[in-house]
Write a protein that binds this ligand. Structure first.
Ligand code: THU
Length: 126
């Protein structure tokens, strides 16, 4: 499957990043199994720990709109390098399954992983 449109949407979302403290802008675009796209950017806070990553913003938008079946998420950043999700985001996203595909782009090439690969032996309560 071609995820170029997701990478493009993630780059547009990155323009809205509120990265006042780190200056590290991140954009994400999530694809539902029904074909809808939800985007997110990182939103920082002067109380640093209250910062929300782009991935969790995209997931929160999708889930709060009633989505439950998530197929893929593309992540880009202003760093010029691949940007992989933090541990909190990996755990957060695993709630909706570890078959999720993650697409990373460094401005030139793309890499695709499953969440299972990035979060082996994920904690689940049930
Ligand atoms: N960040 C994300 O939004 N997603 C990632 O995958 C990695 C980190 C954000 C959090 C913070 O605003 C900034 O990048 C620097 O850590």
């Amino acid at each position: 499957m071609d995820y170029n449109h997701l990478v493009t949407a993630a780059k547009s979302a990155m323009e809205h990043a509120y990265a006042k403290y780190s200056k590290f802008k991140v954009g994400a675009a999530l694809l539902t199994k029904s074909g809808k796209v939800y985007t997110g950017c990182n939103i920082e806070n002067s109380s640093y720990g209250a910062t929300i990553c782009a991935e969790r913003v995209a997931f929160s938008k999708a889930i709060s709109e009633g989505e439950q079946e998530i197929e893929a998420i593309a992540v880009v950043s202003s760093s010029g390098d691949y940007t992989y999700p933090c541990g909190i985001c990996r755990q957060f996203m695993s709630e909706w399954g570890t078959d999720l595909k993650l697409i990373f782009e460094n401005g030139k090439d793309t890499k695709v992983y499953t969440l299972k690969e990035l979060l082996p032996e994920a904690f689940t309560k049930f």
